[in-house]
Every structure is written in C-alpha cells, then in structure tokens.
Design a protein around this ligand. Structure first.
Ligand SMILES: [Zn+2]
Ligand SMILES: [Zn+2]
Length: 270
C-alpha cells in the first residue's frame, strides 16, 4: 500500500477557501513536549497537534526567493515555514490587504492611540515628577493600562505590516521608524516635556483661589517654570489681571503604607 502523504488544511481568507498543504517534515513540538497543550490551551507553536509541521513557504512557494532574486523574508530563505508561522503570515497578509482597501479605519484608530498616549503621558507625568509614589493610585493605573493598550495596538499593527506587506524592506523600515518617532513624540511632548508640572499647577491654582476668595478674586492659571528639590517656581495669573511670582513648597508629611501624605504651601515672591 502506498504511504499516504501527510497534509494540513489551512483556510485562506483572501481566496475564501481551505487549501491543502503537503507536510514536508514534522517533528515533535518541544514547547509542549508533544502534548499539543500549553496552559490547558492548544499550543500555539504546533497549532495544538503536538508536532511542528513544516510546509512549503507560502510567500515564495518554497523557492526561497521573492521577486528579482531577493531572499524570501518570510521563511528567511529556507523555503519552508511552520504551520503556525504560515497562519501568522496569512493573518498579517489579510491585515495588509484590508488596509490597502480601507486605510482610513486603521489610520484613525492609530491616531486615536497617539492621542491616548499623549493624554496618559501628560497625566502620569504630572504625578511621577512630583513623587514617584503618587503613581499608586487607581486613575494612574487606568492611565497606564490605556497607554500600554494604545502602544500595543500600534506596535502589533506595525508587526503585521512587516510580516504581511510586499513593500521593500527599506520602505517598511522607514514607515516603522516614522510611526515609532511619532509615538515617542506623542509621549514625550505632552508628558515629560510639557506635562511634568501640571498636577502641582492645578493644586496651587486651587490653593491660591481659596486664599483670594474673601477679596472676590480667583486664580486663573499657574505656570511652573522650574523647581529645585521640592520648591517649585512659577507665575500665578489672578482674575484682576495681576501676575504674581510664586514659590510652591511641597512637603511630605506623615503617611501610611497605603496613602501618601503631603502638604502644599504657596508663597508670593516679592
Ligand atoms: Zn506544541
Ligand atoms: Zn519563503
């Protein structure tokens, strides 16, 4: 009897059909020790079968090279690709095809992620630069989770672009560099550069307004320009048009393990 050739069936979304791939070689999966299970879920390395099956590379059809004799970047010139990596490539390819058809959605979500990164960086910086322990509050945790999610969205889309796009490697590198530079700017400018004093400014504004309430005045804004240690130097704008130079003294006071104690005093500078 003729030996049956082993195959795997993979659904290819762009063709909208299941394609049969002959298995070129297979070996027991080392990650799950051939059990097909990892943390009670199908092992992602071997697609839950317990053995890693190598297929002809779906990008170069096993020829090891793509257009103009360039080495295939998907199989790294080996001509074969595991079932799991084949699935990963197909998913990334699908992302790129969808992006070419409808780029607006991904671009808008990407921009929203950059804005979210900026807001989170602004928020978190305002606390982190005063006292690192102030980060132990639930709204900072939420800010960090939102920020990491936004960053994760951008990075995973870049990875899909790298895996699934047919653009030249240099173009892909340029796109990634530009997006990463935008991401760094979106974090740094509203965050450490412009946002490091915002918490102190809003606290000081409230304190000054309270002190001026008797005279029917209020503080419109506080701008801190520098600090040495726990003393913050800045200018307060008063509702009657005056601008006052101030020093904000931030002091740690007795605290419990769960709560941070502090006091803030604002002093006008003659
Ligand atoms: Zn496995
Ligand atoms: Zn290949």
């Amino acid at each position: 009897m003729e030996e049956q050739e082993e195959t795997v069936q993979i659904y290819v979304a762009s063709l909208d059909k299941t394609v049969t791939f002959p298995v070129r070689s297979s070996e027991p999966c080392k990650r799950c020790k051939g059990t097909g299970l990892k943390s009670k879920k199908p092992c992602p390395h071997c697609c839950g079968s317990g053995s890693v099956k190598m297929l002809d590379c779906i990008r170069c059809n096993g020829t090891k090279q793509i257009e103009n004799g360039v080495k295939c970047n998907v199989c790294k010139g080996k001509g074969i690709l595991s079932e799991a990596l084949t699935n990963e490539f197909l998913e990334a390819r699908q992302f790129c095809e969808n992006f070419q058809k409808k780029p607006a959605k991904t671009i808008l979500i990407g921009l929203a992620c950059l804005v979210a990164l900026g807001i989170c960086a602004y928020f978190v910086s305002g606390f982190a630069f005063v006292d690192i322990r102030m980060l132990q509050s639930w709204y900072v945790y939420i800010g960090l989770i939102v920020g990491f999610t936004a960053g994760f969205y951008i990075l995973t889309r870049l990875k899909k672009m790298h895996t699934g796009s047919y653009l030249p490697a240099s173009t892909k590198f340029a796109i990634s560099s530009a997006v990463v530079a935008l991401g760094i700017a979106a974090i740094a400018i509203p965050g450490p550069v412009a946002g490091r004093y915002h918490w102190m400014e809003s606290e000081a504004k409230e304190i000054i307004s309270e002190a001026l309430a008797e005279d029917n005045l209020s503080c419109q804004s506080v701008k801190v320009s520098s600090h040495d240690g726990n003393d913050y130097h800045g200018i307060a704008k008063i509702s009657d048009g005056d601008e006052i130079k101030i020093i904000i003294h931030y002091r740690k006071v007795e605290e419990t393990r769960r709560e941070i104690g502090y006091s803030i005093e604002v002093e006008p500078v003659e």
